[in-house]
Design a protein around this ligand. Sequence first.
Ligand code: ATP
Ligand code: MG
Length: 413
Amino acid sequence: MQIKEKILPYITDIIAQLQQAGFDAYIVGGAVRDLLLDRIPKDYDISTSATPEQIRKVFRDRRTIIIGKRFRLVHLFHHGDIVEISTFRKCPQPQQELRRPGKEAPENMIFQDNEFGTAREDAWRRDFTVNALFYDPVNARILDYTGMGLHDIQNNCVRSIGNPALRFEEDPVRILRALKLVGQYGFKLEEETGKAVADCMDFIDHASGSRLTLELEKILKNPYGHRILRAFHEYKFLKKFLPFIEQQWDTPACNYMLALLEERNRRVRCRLYRDSISLAMSIFTLPFAEKIIGANEPGGLWHFLPDIHEELWDLLHTVLAPAALTRRASSAAIRTLSLQERLKNRNLKRLFSHPGYPHARELAIIQNNVLWHMDDFEDSLPSPAPAQEKHRVRRHERSRKEAGKNIAERVFV
Ligand code: ATP
Ligand code: MG
């Protein structure tokens, strides 16, 4: 497994600089896992023995900021991109005094995770062995502190670090994360981990709403999101996470939604379009809107009238409940839906300069590929102006990264 060449050179440079200053520094988490599985990491997280202040000193000639109050980490800016550098943490203890008043949380639930530690301690506090591998790209060295990470990657296995039931009680979002690995990579749950997933399912009721919303946003972006939803359904997690979708499972509308999502994800993987959250939200809603507002069958559109707007808004929030999605993304999703009829009928007058045109065009192409099958459809819709689209991509990526500044979302316990 030769992964050194696949790593972006500026990431290796950052690690080399930290090491030259006398600190340990590694690529950690999902990026190492993805590289070993021959997938392109969506981003790189770096962990180091340097404290946030020491990191800033090492990169004093670069733009860096320390974010977060309790869980402090450094954002280093690199040509419009942000690299997140965190200091090794140790395993936290359950902290009774931090319990939220009035909430019957499980006894061992953890609300804080912020004590610095060693690289080994940092690996052991992570959730699954496949997520606890560290990689040193300067010396081409993999560190597998749990001793099972490489074995489990090779055997497609999701194994909790430590006692799985306890780890799920400490932080129930780990249940979702385990099933995400099952869906995304076709992994199997190791026996004890699988048993604990089933036994601990109700703990998810105590997970923080904002963290679950953040996870949903990541699934909406994920180019394997349709497979993740199927894993959630199979392991009876979907009824907790997206109860409306679970209720609709196996209906023609839900099958159409999954087919659209699969096609959108194929197009994202082929780099034909970007992984927009609002576009995915419109895909989740479209078939149910057709069922309720339009012709009662997949692909049957409705005539968009202004008073439908409110109905769509309610439906969008029912389909994706209980997640609290942003107004901006919801408005963009509804705008995308509202243009479908015009695009199908190729009534393109003044549409090209419409701000919702790029996503609406993409959704129409996806619908055409899955269901309409009209000849030359894509060619008949002018491509969005590249400059406008490029600008939007940058702003979008930036705002997603900066959402990471909301530290409640970053701290995982
Ligand atoms: P993705 O590709 O979706 O980003 P990821 O595994 O990198 O997957 P992140 O949310 O970016 O997911 O988390 C980075 C790393 O932090 C994980 O790989 C894991 O080691 C650790 N981690 C994240 N959430 C938890 C958690 N709830 N408990 C313990 N460790 C966690
Ligand atoms: Mg990650």
